[in-house]
Ligand binder design. Structure first.
Ligand code: SF4
Length: 352
């Protein structure tokens, strides 16, 4: 056991009180990561979260509506060029039924996530959003449907969606170019995030921890991005390779680094909605519980029909693909209770 130096403790204190460090400060905290420093950061992160959210864990019911995608992100198991995927698309009626089932189970946030599938053009997706809003009162409809133009975002917002998740994946343009085909650009992704915010959405960004070619400097840039953009939600999870992608042989991101970054992000922006992701639960059986203890406050159980869950495999060995929605919710509730947390069924908007 080696206690963190006085300089590092001072940096943690500064971050906890000012929610800001210069790049040198972030670099020092990242470069000197140790179990003891991680423990201190987690303690401070929980302290920062408690007055805002207490020990409430917000649940978001996730419906994976289509694994058809026009894009070819190099890390993604459902990328266009993976011909081994059995493709599916849920019909609008099925999506609305799934959402209603979730609502009856108590979910008050429904997340529709999918690849960039042209079938879900504005009219069709907007209509699904409208129908969910009608059949599920007091529910926040969240979309995670990729890059679209501003008019499209406006249309979906007007239809009743109030949150949008679009991970930026990396805050560094050159790094972005190594993870994506030339048809995609970091600038466009950032423009989408700005458009979403201007339209009025609560906006979720996020990045992978330990993605191929990621350096310490990239992580400094991630923390700077969180400090500057202040996403309402920030989804970070370890990179996990998928066997049918060009990154199949790359090492996965680690649990410890993901937890460390969760704590740092909570301290940078105490109000942020911070999920303990399914990827975190995949690399460690208690990953989501550990995420809460590092500062997270959101979990996203799966509401997709069990028949299609295995086909939405963004990375290898993804968990929770076999249980019914009610079982998923029950299991998470129990897991959270065991660490002294309680799942909350309200909308779980960001508290500012
Ligand atoms: S990460 Fe998203 S946009 Fe990229 S290939 Fe996968 S589903 Fe499509």
């Amino acid at each position: 056991m080696s206690q963190p130096s006085a300089e590092l403790v001072a940096l943690v204190d500064q971050l906890a009180s000012e929610h800001h460090l210069d790049d040198e400060g972030y670099r020092a905290l990242l470069a000197n990561r140790s179990p003891e420093l991680a423990e201190l950061l987690a303690e401070k992160a929980v302290e920062a979260r408690e007055p805002i959210y207490g020990k409430k864990v917000f649940v978001r019911g996730l419906i994976e509506i289509s694994n058809i995608c026009k894009n070819d992100c190099l890390y993604c198991g459902i990328r266009r060029s993976n011909t081994n995927v059995e493709r599916y698309r849920l019909e609008p009626d099925t999506i609305v039924d799934c959402a209603r089932e979730g609502w009856e189970l108590g979910f008050r946030t429904i997340v529709l996530q999918g690849g960039e599938d042209a079938y879900y053009a504005d009219e069709v997706l907007g209509d699904v959003v409208r129908r969910i809003c009608e059949s599920c009162p007091d529910t926040a409809v969240t979309l995670s449907m990729g890059e679209r133009n501003r008019e499209s975002y406006q249309h979906l917002f007007d239809a009743g969606a109030s949150r949008y998740l679009l991970r930026h994946e990396t805050a560094n343009p050159e790094h972005y170019a190594r993870l994506h085909p030339a048809t995609m650009s970091w600038e466009h992704r950032m423009q989408c995030l700005r458009d979403l915010r201007e339209v009025g959405f609560q906006v979720g960004a996020g990045f992978m921890v330990g993605s191929p070619f990621q350096t310490m400097e990239h992580l400094v840039q991630e923390l700077r991005f969180v400090e500057d953009f202040k996403p309402d939600m920030c989804g970070i999870g370890p990179f996990i390779p998928h066997h049918d992608t060009p990154f199949r042989d790359e090492p996965a991101g680690t649990l410890d680094m993901t937890l460390y970054l969760l704590s740092l992000i909570r301290l940078i922006y105490p109000n942020v909605l911070l999920p303990a992701t399914t990827a975190l639960g995949t690399i460690d059986p208690r990953g989501r519980e550990k995420g809460m203890l590092a500062g997270a406050n959101v979990v996203m159980p799966n509401l997709s029909p069990v028949a299609v869950r295995k086909q939405y495999e963004l990375y290898d060995n993804k968990i929770c693909t076999g249980e019914e929605s009610a079982q998923c919710k029950g299991c998470l509730g129990l897991r959270m209770n065991l660490i002294g947390y309680e799942i909350s069924v309200d909308r779980g908007d960001i508290r500012k």
